[in-house]
Design a protein around this ligand. Structure first.
Ligand code: AR6
Length: 170
């Protein structure tokens, strides 16, 4: 059984087989974690993404990691939060599920996720963390390490309260 770890980090620095990007449907870059990943991976990433033709909300697409330490980037498009009754939980769950499926297809043993949809897209952080941890636990046996990569200690604390048995670290 692999470990779920909650860390506070810049996801672009993590040495894992795959990092997940919280992208938008164009897959052509943006702000937040998406901007950070494009900057760190280098311009080859945008050139590659231009050939993918976008990605619907809830689905995921795979690219090489280019200049990242990670071999792969899995780009998924989270839902924009409206009122929670527009399918947001199902779509966010699909982001995690579809990302895990692509990672398993590529033989990944370690994967790191940002808190998809909880920045610009406005998904409530606690609800998103609860959902993310539920899907992570369902896939835990298939990986050595699953990292919930938070961008602040306050965000990591939300995950830790929901999963006291999860690991920590940098
Ligand atoms: N490493 C880890 N987490 C990060 C990093 C980083 N380097 N930078 C930000 N975060 P957001 P969304 C956290 O807004 O809500 C983009 O423009 C951040 O603190 O990046 O899914 C896309 O192109 C937050 O907890 O993604 C889309 O248009 C989490 O990442 C849109 O934003 C997600 O915040 C997607 O919005």
């Amino acid at each position: 059984m692999g470990q779920i770890r909650i860390v506070t980090a810049d996801i672009t620095q993590l040495e894992v087989d795959a990092v997940v990007n919280a992208a938008n449907r164009s897959l052509l870059g943006g702000g937040g974690v998406d901007g950070a990943i494009h900057r760190a991976a280098g311009p080859q990433l945008l050139a590659y993404c231009e050939g993918l033709g976008g990605c619907p909300t809830g689905e995921a697409r795979l690219t090489p990691g280019f200049q990242l330490p990670a071999a792969w980037i899995i780009h998924t498009v989270g839902p924009v939060w409206s009122d929670g009754k527009q399918g947001e939980p199902e779509l966010l769950g699909a982001c995690y599920e579809n990302s895990f499926k692509l990672a398993v297809d590529k033989g990944c043993r370690s994967i790191a996720f940002p808190a998809i949809s909880t920045g610009v897209y406005g998904y409530p952080k606690r609800e998103a963390a609860e959902l993310a941890l539920g899907v992570m636990k369902a896939w835990q046996a298939r990986f050595e390490e699953i990292i919930a990569c938070c961008y602040s200690d306050a965000d990591a604390e939300i995950y830790r309260l929901l999963c006291p048995e999860c690991g920590g670290g940098q």
